[in-house]
Each structure stands twice: as C-alpha cells, then as structure tokens.
Write a protein that binds this ligand. Structure first.
Ligand code: NDP
Length: 391
C-alpha cells in the first residue's frame, strides 16, 4: 500500500490523482491533502479519503473547515506552514506536487528534504530553481518522477538506451487552440477562446500557457533539469493530435516514442508506481481510429514565448524564474480581461529585458527574483497596459 500526500488536491492533477487512488483502493491510501481556496471540494475529499492532515491557503478557510469537519479526525493547517506539513507528512511515501506556480516551490523542496519520493507535476518548481531542486533530490536520495505527460514519455523512452547515446529530446506540443490563427486573429482572442484546449482538460493557467506555447517553453526548461540535457539538445515539434507524447532520438538515428491517448491518469499512475504499470488506467489507443499523426515546426513568430523560454534558459541564473513569474502575472491579467493575448508575451519580454540575471545559489535567491519579476510585470502593465492592449 503506497501512502500518498497531494499538494493541490483540488486542482486538475490533484483530482485525477485521487481518481487513480479511487480506481485502485488496494494500492494507495491518502495521508495528507493541501488545497488553496476550494474548501467545499476539500471537505468532500477529506470525507471520502480520510487523510490525517490537510491544509488550506488562509487561516479563515482553515477555521471554517475545522467547523465543518468537527465530526472528523483530521488535523487542519493553513498557509505555507500547512503546505509544508502536507508535503513532508511523516507517514507519506510519495508527495504529488500539483500546486500551480511558484507557490509550490518551498513545499516541494520540503518534501525532498524530508526524503519523500516526489511525483512532480508543478513544472514552475523546476523552471524557477531546477538546478537546486535536482541537487537536493540527489543528495537526499529522494527520487523525482515526472507527471507532465511529455516528461513521463521521455522518462519512459530513456529506458530504451544509455544516456551517453542520446542525441536529442523531442518534446511534442499540441499547438493549442490558436495553432492556425494569423497574427491579426491572435490579437483579438478572448480568455474564453484560449481556455478551450483542443485535446486536454487542465487548470486555467496551464491552458493559457498552452495557447501561447509558453507551456512548451516551461517544459523545455523542466526537461533540461530533469534529464540533465543542455538546451541545444532539446527540440520542440508541434503534433496537433497529442498522441505521441514525446520522443528520444539516439545517436544511431533511432527515435523512440511513447504514445497514448491524451489522459493524465496514465502519467500520474506511472509516477506513483514506477517501474510497475497498473492495468487499464487510461483509455486504450486505437491508432486506426486516430488515422493520421502529423508533425510541424513551431512558429515562433506567432508564438514568441517559446523563444523567450529558450532565451531564459541560455541566460541562466535567475532569468528562468523571472520568465515564469512574469508569465504568471501576465496570464492572471489576461484571464481577468485586463490585457490582450499578445500582451502576455510583451510583458514577459519587457520584464526579462529589465532584468540582469544573478546566480541562484539558494531557494531564497530564486524567490527574490520571482518577487522582483512580479513587481516589474505589474509595473509594466500599469504603465503600458492601455498601449499594450491597443498595439
Ligand atoms: P489547477 O489550477 O487545476 O490546480 C491548482 C491547484 O493548486 C489547486 O488545488 C489550487 O487550490 C492549488 N493552489 C493554487 N495556488 C495555491 C496556493 N497559493 N497555495 C496553495 N494551493 C494553491 O492546476 P493544474 O492541476 O492544471 O496544474 C497544476 C500543476 O501541474 C501546474 O504547475 C501545471 O503546469 C502542472 N501540470 C498540469 C497538467 C494538467 O493536465 N492539468 C499537465 C502537466 C502539468 P484551489 O483550487 O483549492 O484554490
């Protein structure tokens, strides 16, 4: 029986993880859950899965939850301290890191420092402080298993050969809902349109990131740290069907790919049970029914965020943290209808241009850069918001 702790249990990955647990009750038990503000769903999850420890964002929500769960034996915490309690819960074997954004960095580090295995969905953790996180995971012997479908695919493809023989990692991207839109069309798209991903059902932030290709950029940085591969050996290929989840090209020219239906339960369960594979987790793939699998180069003129991510990775130090934080701010404003789709990339570029990177030696260095970038992105939006919008 594997004991699981989940950071972000009320989100898309958190809910999919709990549905894997529900499907295999003899394999998993839930010991701790952390949510943000959705205490209605967290209450249901506590009653259904009986964790010993839970956490929510604020003290007020914790107080409310305590009242509602007065009849249940559960310890309830709040804030960063609460997330750390959940991340490093004494009896957890594995922590699922599925909070969105930099908010997940410190709790994920706490899980690693407590020697937990980590099933990592929160890519911003590796974007913001990848080198530190990987070093800590090695020194604590706390294995990191990728949950992102592309990284799970690469993790699986890497088992076909020796790492010295890898020529390239090929990350596939669906291209998002605006793959075929012209530059002009892109300026007019709304949050509602951007939230309609053609293949995947996910949280709002990653769905917008998919529509700008920033998601693929963040994944490039994630892959760089997870697999220890330099940026020039990472290629992105647009594959609109989202069936080939990613590939590894070896030096003899062989390309090993991992295929499956677009369903996060597959990569989640693999991260939880590696090297074992559970039966019938994801829907079966019927290639005859899928028909054609197509591939094309990404268009970085229309989707410049992908280039910015490569730029940030090459610049190194605090630059990826700045890219990620500026993106989080810009996506938030776009979702609120306060800036246009095209402004997301402009805010990120301007924030990066205003930053001189410094080394990331500690988590605090990364968090300071993150905080600076948030302030700078807010300033840019406040000063140029209207211009940005109408440009
Ligand atoms: P969601 O927005 O659906 O869920 C985010 C979760 O994090 C929710 O439980 C939310 O709580 C919680 N949360 C957000 N902010 C805070 C905070 N400040 N403190 C505590 N909890 C917080 O996101 P997804 O599940 O889609 O994505 C999670 C991560 O996984 C992201 O980094 C994403 O890039 C990555 N990922 C997601 C995939 C997917 O298919 N969804 C695929 C691959 C990677 P609440 O709702 O209660 O406020």
């Amino acid at each position: 029986m594997k004991r699981i702790s989940i950071l972000g249990s009320t989100g898309s990955i958190g809910r999919s993880t709990l549905s894997v647990v529900e499907q295999f009750p003899d394999r998993f038990t839930v010991v701790a859950l952390a949510a943000g503000n959705n205490i209605d769903l967290l209450e249901e999850q506590v009653r259904r899965f009986s964790p010993a420890v839970v956490s929510v964002s604020g003290e007020a929500q914790a107080g409310l939850l305590k009242k509602r769960l007065g009849d249940v034996n559960v310890r309830i915490f709040s804030g960063l301290e609460g997330m750390i309690q959940v991340a490093a819960a004494d009896d957890a074997d594995i922590t699922v890191s599925a909070i969105v954004g930099t908010a997940g960095l410190v709790p994920t580090m706490a899980a690693i420092r407590a020697g937990k295995q980590v099933a990592l969905a929160n890519k911003e953790v590796l974007v913001t402080a990848g080198e530190l996180v990987m070093a800590e995971s090695r020194s604590r012997g706390a294995a990191l298993f990728p949950v992102d479908s592309e990284h799970s695919a690469i993790f699986q493809c890497l088992q076909a050969g020796a790492s010295k023989d890898v020529r390239r990692l090929i990350l596939t991207a669906s291209g998002g809902p605006f793959r075929t839109y012209s530059r002009k069309d892109l300026e007019a798209v709304t949050p509602a349109q951007a939230l309609k991903h053609p293949n995947w059902s996910m949280g709002k932030k990653i769905t917008i990131d998919s529509a700008t290709l920033m998601n693929k950029g963040l994944e490039v940085i994630e892959a760089r740290w997870l697999f220890g591969i330099p940026p020039e050996k990472i290629k992105v290929l647009v594959h609109p069907q989202s069936i080939v989840h990613s590939m590894v090209e070896y030096q003899d020219g062989a390309v090993v790919a991992q295929l499956g239906m677009p369903d996060m339960k597959g990569p989640i369960s693999y991260a939880l049970t590696y090297p074992e594979r559970l039966a019938d987790v994801s829907p079966a793939l019927d290639l005859a029914r899928v028909g054609a699998l197509t591939f094309e180069e990404p268009d970085t003129d229309r989707f410049p965020c992908l280039t910015y991510a490569f730029d940030a990775l090459k610049a190194g130090g605090t630059m990826p943290a700045v890219l990620s934080a500026a993106n989080e701010v810009a996506v938030g404003y776009f979702l609120e209808g306060k800036i246009a789709y095209g402004d997301i990339a402009r805010v990120i570029r301007s924030t990066m241009d205003a930053h001189t990177q410094t080394p990331v030696r500690t988590v605090e260095d990364a968090l300071r850069a993150d905080l600076w970038a948030r302030g700078e992105a807010e300033r840019i939006i406040a000063e140029c918001g209207i211009t940005l919008h109408s440009r």
